[in-house]
Design a protein around this ligand. Sequence first.
Ligand code: 5AD
Ligand code: SF4
Length: 419
Amino acid sequence: MNYLIETIGCQMNMCESDVLSSVFSAYGASKVSSLSDADVAILNTCSVRAQAEQKAFSYLGRIKEFKQKNPSIKVVVIGCMAERLGSKIKKRFNSVDLIIGAKDIDNAALRIMDLFHMSNFAKKVNSEIKSEVTRYVTIMKGCDNYCSYCTVPFVRGKEISINFEKIVNKCSSMVKNGAREITLLGQNVNSYKCEDVNFAALIKKVAAIENLKRIRFMTNHPKDLSDDLIKIMATEPKVCSHIHLPMQSASDKILKAMNRKYSHEHYLKLIKKLRAAIPDISVTTDIIVGFPGETDEDFEDTLEAVKTIKFDGLYVFKYSPRPNTKAFGMIDDVPLQEKKRRHAVTLEEANKISIEIVSEIIGSTQQVLVEKIKNGIIKARTRGGRKVFAKGDKEEYLGKHINVNIKEAKVNSLFGSII
Ligand code: 5AD
Ligand code: SF4
């Protein structure tokens, strides 16, 4: 089976696509990069914003045309949009052969292989499957937070923490096969709890895995981030110095309407604590502009916070009303033009700050983990999560920590030479 997989949306989706790929490769299937080479085209979808759903619809439109000329290709839609709009997709696109919603994602690989009668094939033994250097492991599913704008609790269901032994075994097996960095994923990893193991305790268990070099995690919720976690980030050398801590807004009125359950003051205190405990920490965030009721003053508060906190990276989204959510019942009163303006102003500010931050990195030496080597170029990442490129072709660098002297810096990538 040759499969093409297209992923829209968050890191959770990337991870689920990655899991599918590793199961397929264990059964001897090959990943291809063009429709004309594929026996099956898989689209992993996202429902967080209307834009993500429109993107999926237009992709399905293109595949429909392709399938008219190449009727043997199978088309599979998986993920959040498949959960939310499965029957609508089926009605609109008769080219789609199989729909697997986010809640049923664990069965996706077998159900897809069943289309090719492959699930009866013998699985290759585990040790034959060579892993990428960086891998993702889902530690919890769903979400119980019901932020008033968010569709995730509806499409992914209730929050469930996966058993810690299962997680540690999975991580160990990835490391045995070559993984050196693992990112632990959940909608709110800070509320992980399985028996008496909380998130900080889980990190300790994962950190004990021999040969694992780095641990990352996402995403965090300011209402649940604990001192225990900050302490382990400061003391466990395998935990990377990066935190993605969605701020969403700096206006207490808007945070309340978003049902975020923290004040901006609490958010600022967390940033202060994190920076005091982990001086080289890189802090990234998510912001929504144009939430119902967001006045000019509310937005200015958020912009001011962006200027003072100086995030290392920032994702900004125009509020998009989602069916079933509490905010769907609120009046979407910020005009699109104004949402666009606030989006552009925030991005412009974030860019200015990024240029300032990266220019300070020039001349420094960074410890990086080598993730890939292609055409004489090494692709690696700093502990803070910035991409680094350097000339080098020694295979033995793969999965190793090396030091790179940074010569040139752009907002999204650094360039340097190995020392
Ligand atoms: N509109 C705009 N942005 C949203 N996000 C989640 N739901 C919405 C929505 N309805 C953003 C939040 C979240 C990120 C993953 O997506 O900022 O942190
Ligand atoms: Fe959505 Fe809030 Fe849950 Fe994040 S914490 S997935 S924003 S409901």
